[in-house]
Design a protein around this ligand. Structure first.
Ligand code: UDP
Ligand code: MG
Length: 336
């Protein structure tokens, strides 16, 4: 198959309920663009019929391609697999649940081509369909992230965006273990534009982002971009030292006045405060040491079990490995 001009990467985790709706809405949009395209459906180790359904749909939609990960590796890792294997001059990443309207893709592509942009962010103008909790946590997340990466990150830009081939290649060269694309993409500093859209309700199925995954994404986001939290220890230590100096004066005065009161309350407070701040700092150190450890282990973030395009795929999965002559690799093949 000739190299398509547009790739649409869709991470999917247990999305059998929404798949038929997605295909019926996405296909007319892509067919109407008047250019060659591929849809890279990345099955992130789903336990339902997602992969089987994509395989069936491929019979009627040859542009649909299945990249199947061996185990659930998370949204960002699924995006990585899709980006690394996409071939188009432009690559759009979009959620499977139709919260991001596929019709916006045409607008993104038009803007990128008219203004020679490497990035077009999909920016959520109206999030009324999200729950209050989701909106509040998302708001907090974007405020924090904009403090860290700076104003290049548009507030409300998620993982619905268009990237140029140059941008995708730049992302591939980064040796990140846990890439957080909504931060990495603005950080690279390529020319960008935005398309505002209304965030719709999930068309079917339930959210695959429980609170634990949201917290993980936030921790990954912060730690992959700044070492500032490590300074918390210094600040807590400084506050502790100040409090200690004031207490020392009080204690000495009391001692010389001969009024030594057994200060159980103050003593417990001091011990609790210092114990808690030490544990916080230790935990923070642990997060960074853990990242360093993972970095040294250098395990890939995902394993591709199957790619419907070719057996080994057009590109190696580990960008920093030298490109070897292609040969069947037992590790990457599905058994049987
Ligand atoms: N997803 C994934 N792997 C995961 C979790 C989610 O590939 O471990 C995909 C999911 O199928 C969807 C996208 O990531 O296409 C966004 O997930 P979801 O819509 O559940 O998140 P929410 O919109 O609730 O934040
Ligand atoms: Mg969603």
């Amino acid at each position: 198959m000739a190299v398509p001009r547009l790739s649409v990467v869709i991470p999917m985790y247990n999305e059998e309920a929404v798949l038929p709706l997605l295909v019926s809405r996405l296909r007319p949009v892509l067919d109407g663009l008047g250019r060659t395209y591929e849809v890279v459906a990345v099955d992130d180790g789903s336990r339902d019929a997602t992969a089987a359904m994509v395989t069936l749909m491929r019979a009627k939609w040859p542009e649909l391609r299945l990249v199947r990960l061996r185990r659930n590796s998370g949204h960002q890792a699924a995006l990585t697999a899709g980006l690394h294997r996409s071939r188009g001059d432009h690559v759009v990443t979009i959620d499977a649940d139709l919260q991001d309207p596929p019709e916006v893709i045409a607008e993104m592509l038009g803007l990128a081509e008219a203004q020679h942009l490497d990035i077009v962010y999909g920016v959520r103008g109206d999030r009324a369909s999200d729950t209050l909790f989701k909106r509040a946590t998302a708001d907090l997340y974007y405020r924090l992230m904009r403090r860290i990466v700076g104003n290049r990150m548009p507030p409300g830009a998620g993982d619905f965006r268009l990237l140029s081939r140059a941008m995708v290649d730049a992302l591939r060269q980064l040796p990140e273990q846990a890439p957080v694309y909504r931060l990495l993409v603005p950080w690279l500093g390529f020319p960008s534009g935005q398309v505002v859209y209304t965030r719709e309700k999930r068309a079917a199925g339930v959210s695959k982002y429980p609170l634990a995954k949201m917290i993980n994404l936030t921790v990954d986001s912060v730690i992959s971009f700044t070492a500032a939290p490590l300074r918390l220890g210094i600040w807590l230590g400084a506050i502790g030292a100040l409090a200690c100096a004031i207490a020392a004066v009080k204690v000495l005065v009391a001692y010389f006045q001969g009024a030594v009161v057994p200060g159980w309350t103050s003593l417990s407070l001091v011990v609790l405060f210092l114990g808690a701040s030490q544990l916080i700092c230790l935990g923070l150190l642990g997060e960074y040491v853990g990242r360093i450890y993972h970095g040294i282990q250098a395990r890939p973030g995902y394993f591709v079990g199957e790619d419907s395009l070719t057996e080994a795929g057009p590109e190696p999965d580990f960008p920093d490995e030298p490109v070897r002559p292609r040969r069947p690799d037992a590790r990457l093949r599905r058994p049987g």
